[in-house]
Write a protein that binds this ligand. Sequence first.
Ligand SMILES: NC(=O)c1ccc[n+]([C@@H]2O[C@H](COP(=O)([O-])OP(=O)(O)OC[C@H]3O[C@@H](n4cnc5c(N)ncnc54)[C@H](OP(=O)(O)O)[C@@H]3O)[C@@H](O)[C@H]2O)c1
Length: 266
Amino acid sequence: MATPKSAYSLSSRIKVKPPAYVFATCIIDSAQMYHNEREVGRAILRFLEAEKNKPNGVKREDIFFTSKLASNISYDATRRSIKESIRASGLGYIDLFLIHAPYGGKAKRLECWRAIEDAIADNEIRTGGVSNYGVKHLKELLASNPRIRPAVNQIEVHPFNTRSEITSFCQENGIVVQAYAPLARAYRMRHPTIVSLSQKYGCTPAQLMVRWSLQHGYVPLPKSVSKERIISNGQIEGFEISAEDMKTMDGLDEYLVTDWDPVDAP
Ligand SMILES: NC(=O)c1ccc[n+]([C@@H]2O[C@H](COP(=O)([O-])OP(=O)(O)OC[C@H]3O[C@@H](n4cnc5c(N)ncnc54)[C@H](OP(=O)(O)O)[C@@H]3O)[C@@H](O)[C@H]2O)c1
């Protein structure tokens, strides 16, 4: 799987056209549960149509479209729902398909993973992964001797919830950590440490958090509905957070959960 340098989670809004350099790879993070695959797919297709006649226009292969399984019901239901996601999006295939959460127990998790493996074999999806998996779920999947190992675990990770046990396990096992809510949903933009470090590095609090994520080797998925913020959140090349300041930021961990927290599901 191509690991994007940084990612832009545009959800249902892809009216924005960031500059070409931002578009090295553009992750569009959708999910069956978000009920926006159709709208996101249409927006992407409209955008690609407008790019078609430009010399360096963005192509389908420059877009990394992710969707996620709403519910771990069965092998057949998963296969059907993947086909439905492809149909709804109109994009022909899905770049990354994730089991959205580890709910449903071991048997369902493994059954749904087998459906993802078969969907990859049938060229419906390019890459398979999981989301909100704790170490227990990842060990269970790896121990099941899968034909295809999960490429990605998409979990909430930011300085206020570092989830170091899960991220270490992923990195030791070659699983890319996609960090959702990398800006801690903007709940800690005025935290004194974030403010003082962003002043030190001459960046915004959001850029500091995106940079922290990238320096840890994660693929952050910052979301914004604002064109200016999407561009600004990606402008993180001009500085590097020192090892000492990375440690300071790691120390902000307070297990802040901004959404749901299925990582301990049985
Ligand atoms: N797998 C999962 O279970 C799961 C769960 C949650 C999220 N996700 C994915 O992760 C993506 C990001 O997560 P998230 O939206 O929860 O959190 P986030 O990206 O950490 O934060 C988004 C919030 O930050 C604000 N923001 C963005 N840039 C900013 C800036 N420069 N200055 C100040 N505020 C800024 C946004 O407001 P504006 O939009 O108004 O700019 C929005 O309120 C989602 O879109 C979704 O694709 C996945």
